[in-house]
Design a protein around this ligand. Structure first.
Ligand SMILES: C[S@@+](CC[C@H](N)C(=O)[O-])C[C@H]1O[C@@H](n2cnc3c(N)ncnc32)[C@H](O)[C@@H]1O
Length: 287
């Protein structure tokens, strides 16, 4: 999104303007309406400092002008930048590893029972470590030929999706990936004396990356899905966003299909067709 430089931007300095409570509430409401993310009370100072970075990057002199700019942005790019500034994209390979054991176990059972098509949705895929982990587990169980398996990886942020699509990570990021898996599924590359690993094409082509806002169901996918990983994103939502999201996940999952949420998240207090079968693991009981 382009922006004309400010005529008097020489004095641009976020310290010159302060974020009033009223403006904080307006920005919070805007963020909630666009993404379902709730900014908790008491976060004003944190939000102000994160927004100050956007003001500096855009050469905008005050929070009020920034809000006008945000509201007028029809491209949707600034909301992505803003969400990136206020939320975290933290993720890593094999995060909460027990969840991948459950995937391994269930897919093996279904495969042994004759299933030959698997669909997995990674609902807040961030920079890609989670869907590539899912892909490695799927490849270990089902191989890379024969069985038809695919992963849909979505996120609201086009910035993280662009990183994920490259499948390229600094060596340090793969510290939780065994050397056997690294060797099997990644190519080593060297760029400007820095070592990287890039997911092999056979793994990359199993994952489709798309932008999707979890706060705006219904989603344009067809089920039935076998697994949904929706981890470490629901913490940002209130129950008005969570409930329709879980109902939509239940609609897309096959009966007995599995939803996994983050270890610190739960569906307590929300009535849905998902039955708890273990910590942060739910089975779809919709017929
Ligand atoms: C903390 S990361 C979690 C990444 C990964 N699922 C994991 O557990 O490691 C949260 C991700 O949720 C995404 N996110 C936040 N709000 C979203 C929304 N309304 N729709 C889709 N993704 C959203 C963020 O862009 C971010 O990449």
């Amino acid at each position: 999104m382009g922006r004309e430089p400010d005529s008097n931007n020489s004095s641009t300095n976020s310290a010159n303007s302060s974020l009033s409570h009223e403006l904080f509430e307006k920005i919070s409401r805007f963020i909630y309406n666009q993404s379902g993310i709730t900014l908790k009370d008491g976060k004003e100072a944190l939000v102000a400092s994160r927004l100050a970075k956007r003001l500096r990057a855009l050469n905008i002199p005050s929070y009020a002008s920034y809000f006008q700019y945000l509201e007028k942005d029809t491209s949707g790019e600034e909301i992505v930048q803003l969400l990136d500034a206020i939320s975290t994209n933290v993720t890593h390979f094999f995060r909460e590893p027990k969840h991948f054991d459950i995937l391994h176990e269930k897919i093996t059972t279904w495969k042994n029972a004759g299933q030959r098509r698997f669909r997995i949705w990674c609902a807040a895929s961030s920079t890609g470590e989670e869907p590539y982990t899912l892909a490695m587990v799927m490849a270990e169980v089902c191989g890379l030929s024969g069985i038809d398996w695919k992963i849909l990886a979505t996120d609201i942020s086009t910035r993280v999706l662009d990183i994920a699509k490259t499948g390229k990570y600094e060596e340090e990021k793969l510290k939780d990936v065994s050397s056997a898996l690294k060797q099997k599924y990644f190519d080593q590359i060297k760029l400007e004396e820095q070592k990287y690993y890039r997911a092999k094409p056979a793994l990359r082509e199993r994952i489709v990356f798309k932008r999707l806002n979890l706060a705006e169901p219904p989603f344009p996918m067809h089920g039935p899905l076998d697994f949904v990983f929706c981890r470490n994103v629901m913490i940002y939502f209130d129950n008005n966003i969570r409930k329709p999201l879980i109902d939509e996940i239940s609609r897309l999952l096959k009966p007995e299909g599995i939803l996994i949420v983050g270890s610190s998240e739960s569906l307590t207090g929300i009535i849905t067709a998902m039955k708890s079968i273990g910590p942060s693991v739910y089975a779809n009981i919709r017929k």
